[in-house]
Write a protein of this length. Sequence first.
Length: 372
Amino acid sequence: MAGDAVAAEPGVQGEQQDPAPAVPEPSAPEDGGHAAAEPQHADHRAPGPAPASPDKTENLHEYFQDTFQGRLVQQSEEQKYDATMLTPATRLLQKQREMHMVEEDLQRQKLEFQERMEVLGQRKEALRNKEQALADQLLRFDKFLKENDARRNRALKKTCDERELCLQKDEELTHLTSELDELHIIRDEQRDQIKKQDFYEGYLRSVLTSSDEFSEINELIDRYDTLHITNKDLVRIDNECQEQMQTLTTAATRNKENHRIQMLGHNTKLGELSTRKEKAEKETLYWESQAQQAEQNATKRTLLLGRIRMATANLYALVNAHAPGSGSTNAERIPNTGKQLDKIQIFIKDLEDVVKEFEDDNLESGEEGEEQ
């Protein structure tokens, strides 16, 4: 039985070593990931390699699950055949030995896995360094491209500026050339004029030889310029005097015309005022006659009013004399004319009533006599 257990160990170890090559499987996607990451990084867009810890943990879990599951299946099959042949103590020792071997195998697998993980970490660090180096190279290349573009732009700008400067210089050259040609033409004309003026120079020299007042041509020319300027000043002063005289003459004529117009206006106004005076005198005479006539009328009316008052007073005295109950008090106090007329009116009405009653009585008495 012990021999069978010992003979079973190589089989167990063989079974444990068979699935060992499955451990490097996590490195395959990582290598592929890094290999795929390199061209992507070259495009300036791919991110860094994905973290490998989740994949490694899943692969390790699958590895141990497959290993122990196969071993447990094998042990369960062996137990079917050896259950009647082994004692409990032997089976316990066998189980302990198997557990010990499994632990050793597990430790070995862990060490191998750690070594592989370290190798993968080193590779990952190398890839990271390589990516950083590529990034630095890309940055330097980008900087180089930008500097190259800047240099090219500066060169293009400088070329354009130089081209514009050349065009400007060409235009200036053309302009200066035309000015130079014009100056040559002016110089030739002046030379021709100088040749024409040589006659006058000879004449001036002959004047100098015949006159002792001037010793050089410039003195003669200065004298002529002075006289010419003086003549211009005198002509200007004469023109100014003529203009002033013309202005004063025009002003005097205008003033005379204005004075004449003013005299005509005053004469017209004087005639109007004379006409108004005559009209006012006529109106004055008319109103004086009207005032005299009104005064005469007022005198007549006053005289008539006096007579009326006197007659009214006489009638009032007669009325008072014939009125019953009249005494000295009525004579002493005479009322105004209006009241006198009122009293006279009342007295006359009373008389009319008396006369009417008398006539009525006479009429009645005559009618009665006739009836008898």
